[in-house]
Design a protein around this ligand. Structure first.
Ligand code: ASP
Ligand code: MG
Length: 435
């Protein structure tokens, strides 16, 4: 008998029909002889609607009250799901985050899980019940208040439950079949990955892939939880996210996997991620003396903006000046530009340009560590497509480039083909959001 944690996102429980379908899925897992613990998100767009409501009654809703409000979304879906399971003749018990023992930091809206004490969940499992837990929420011991984990936090709830209960697998259900080598909406020839290392998944998630939330992948990596990302609409296995020392359960079962699915034996590149959420700021004609960058980024840091890439050009020999470009989340750009403009005289630069029509393309693969010439494939593909590169950055297992926003989709397709990732069959894309 296995213990399986299943997470269902908002789009999987958007209405009564979907809730019943999810209930059936859970009951089937139970019937197969497993213990089942479920983490569920709020129905459909409930969280956004609640946020809108809050904004309509107060310009700056108090964070404590906002968490009280938002956590109610998951209470609705958990109770309805338990009822739907009862109607199928099975025992189910729903629990709020705090009842489930999700202990978090006190930070409203972005709390982190620090401990899980699933005493009541164990009791319910011992009684033979299916356990349903409200995702995205917890409780702080000092403030004694309800907290939420940040948008998309139900993934983290599920992984934390799996870790605390020592589950065999944490299944994360959404309306896509698994993790793809690229977003199938942009790259129709994207291939579903059978498995991906948690290290690669972290880079993909950090660089725009939205199937799994980065905090959940981090948590799973730290606690050795096996994640299985799969679709609510089919019973096919999806993609396994493997931590250190884990093997794909299919391979462990000795299954021969089809060539189309497996792709290359040791794929150099796991996938291509795209991100349209950033803007680029260029400070032109910065005095090329020690301390210039320190002053600029001290100012940027004061705004709380999170810088991603930074590039400083070589000094233009005659002038003793240089240009510095950096990227940051689009919503933060305005304030950064305002502050830099305010201090223009003090900082001594000549001009400031801000561009929010950019896109970031990242190629991720653990194979890069040991193979040379990987970046050349990327640069050749972009040249052949006539796409200009504005910035480049790399990590041990990733190469990222900034291109014009309008070139991003084409760039993704060209690069996907160049690394030999194209699938013969087109990926099925459901109408949903991928969540
Ligand atoms: N309901 C929350 C959100 O929409 C949490 C989640 O969906 O995971 O962000
Ligand atoms: Mg949601």
């Amino acid at each position: 008998m296995a213990l399986i944690v299943q997470k269902f996102g908002g789009s999987s429980v958007a209405d009564a029909e979907s809730i019943k379908r999810v209930a059936k899925r859970i009951v089937d897992t139970r019937r197969a002889g497993n213990d089942v613990v479920v983490a569920v998100s709020a129905m459909g767009d409930t969280t956004d609607e609640l946020l809108d409501l809050a904004g309509a009654v107060a310009p700056l809703p108090a964070p404590r009250e906002l968490d009280m409000l938002l956590s109610s979304g998951e209470r609705i879906s958990m109770a309805l799901l338990a009822m739907a399971i009862h109607a199928m003749g099975f025992e189910a018990r729903s629990f709020t985050g705090s009842q489930a023992g999700m202990i978090t930091t006190p930070d409203h809206g972005s709390a982190r899980i620090v401990d899980v004490t699933p005493v009541r969940l164990r009791e319910a499992l011992d009684d033979g019940a299916i356990v349903i837990v409200a995702g995205f929420q917890g409780f702080n011991r000092d403030t004694k208040d309800i907290t939420t984990l940040g948008r998309g936090g139900s993934d983290t709830t599920a992984v934390a439950l799996a870790a605390a209960l020592d589950a065999d697998v944490c299944e994360i259900y959404s309306d896509v079949d698994g993790i793809f080598t690229a977003d199938p909406r942009l790259v129709p020839k994207a291939r579903k990955l059978l498995s991906v290392s948690s290290e690669e998944m972290l880079e993909l998630a950090a660089n725009g892939a939205k199937v799994l939330y980065i905090r959940a992948v981090e948590y799973a990596r730290r606690h050795g939880v096996l994640i299985h990302a799969r679709s609510t609409f089919t019973s096919n296995e999806g993609t396994y996210v493997l931590g250190e020392g884990m093997t794909d359960p299919r391979a462990a079962r000795g299954e021969k996997m089809s060539e189309e699915e497996v792709g290359n034996e040791e794929p150099l590149v796991a996938g291509v991620a795209t991100d349209r959420s950033q803007a680029k700021v260029t400070v032109i004609g910065v005095p090329d003396v020690p301390g210039s960058a320190a002053e600029i980024f001290a100012l940027v840091a004061k705004t709380g903006a999170n810088i991603d890439m930074i590039v400083q050009n070589v000094q233009s020999a005659s002038a003793g000046r240089t240009d510095i470009s950096f990227t940051l989340p689009r919503p933060d750009a305005k304030e950064v530009v305002r502050r830099l403009t305010e201090d223009k005289a003090e900082l001594g630069y000549q001009n400031l340009i801000s561009d929010d029509q950019i896109g970031k393309l990242s190629v991720v693969g653990a194979g890069m560590r040991t193979t040379s010439g990987v970046s050349q494939v990327l640069f050749d593909a972009l040249r052949a497509a006539g796409i200009n590169i504005a910035m480049i950055s790399t990590s041990e297992i990733r190469i990222s480039v900034i291109v014009a926003a309008e070139d991003l989709d084409e760039a993704a397709r060209a690069v996907h083909t160049a690394y030999g990732l194209d699938s013969e069959i087109e990926a099925t894309v459901y109408a949903g959001t991928g969540r």
